[in-house]
Design a protein around this ligand. Structure first.
Ligand code: CDP
Length: 216
């Protein structure tokens, strides 16, 4: 792992509150927050735009090889652009929710995006959230958190966001895939956010970092 910059890895299932907590934690520590899921979502969005069958891995890879993918940082948050178009709210729609886990199960898709995720550490201290950050992207970081919440709480949180999202089904796919499945990686501290407020979860995350020896 990069010796100069530090990475806080936050993994967990869909709608567990990872993004909100990662954002607040990064802001309070002065780190860049990287949303790795946005990268899988952006590729999925582009595949759907091009009317490519997400189930056809060979076509997906052929299309992905033609994509110009640019990752950046704006106001302390990661950004993602494909073929020059900055992607934001469009990647959170129901159609992307439905197909993203399939696209993310393709090893070559992961390989390209993981390389880009690691590059963030060349110039930044980061809080990165996703499914495989502690297990695959930054396995050597001492700062690993896993944020969970009950299935009911997560379904209710996503329903409040107003987008159709079968979180239980997406989680099952993310846990069962061969390539970098969602799991609690060795050395993680698990925070169950079911009965915690956002502030309470951020506080628990800060306490966990201190246990790991984090120094401001
Ligand atoms: O925000 P939400 O919890 O809905 O999910 P996300 O973080 O935006 O991730 C969307 C999907 O991308 C996940 O369901 C996974 O299939 C995939 N993903 C992944 O495979 N690995 C990551 N590091 C991050 C996301």
């Amino acid at each position: 792992m990069n010796q100069i910059h530090r990475a806080v890895a936050i993994d967990g299932p869909a709608a567990s509150g990872k993004s909100t907590v990662a954002k607040r934690l990064a802001a309070s520590l002065g780190l860049v927050m990287v949303n790795s899921g946005a990268m899988y979502r952006a590729v999925t969005w582009q595949i759907l735009q091009e009317k490519i069958d997400p189930e056809n891995s060979a076509s997906v890879l052929e299309a992905m090889n033609r994509m110009e993918i640019e990752c950046g940082v704006e106001d302390g948050l990661s950004t993602i652009a494909i073929n020059g178009r900055l992607l934001t709210t469009e990647i959170r729609g129901a159609e992307v929710n439905e197909h993203v886990s399939k696209i993310a199960s393709i090893p070559e898709v992961r390989e390209r995006l993981v390389a880009m995720q690691r590059e963030y550490l060349d110039n930044n201290d980061v809080v990165m959230e996703g499914r495989d950050i502690g297990s695959v992207v930054f396995p050597d970081t001492p700062f690993k958190l896993y944020i969970s919440a009950s299935e009911e709480v997560r379904a209710a949180r996503r329903a409040k966001d107003g987008e159709a999202d079968a979180v239980a089904q997406r989680d099952a796919q993310d846990r069962q895939r061969k390539a970098s499945p969602l799991k609690v990686s060795d050395g993680s501290i698990v925070i169950d956010s079911s009965d915690l407020t956002i502030e309470g979860t951020v506080e628990a995350a800060r306490e966990a970092l201190i246990k790991f020896g984090w120094e401001d």
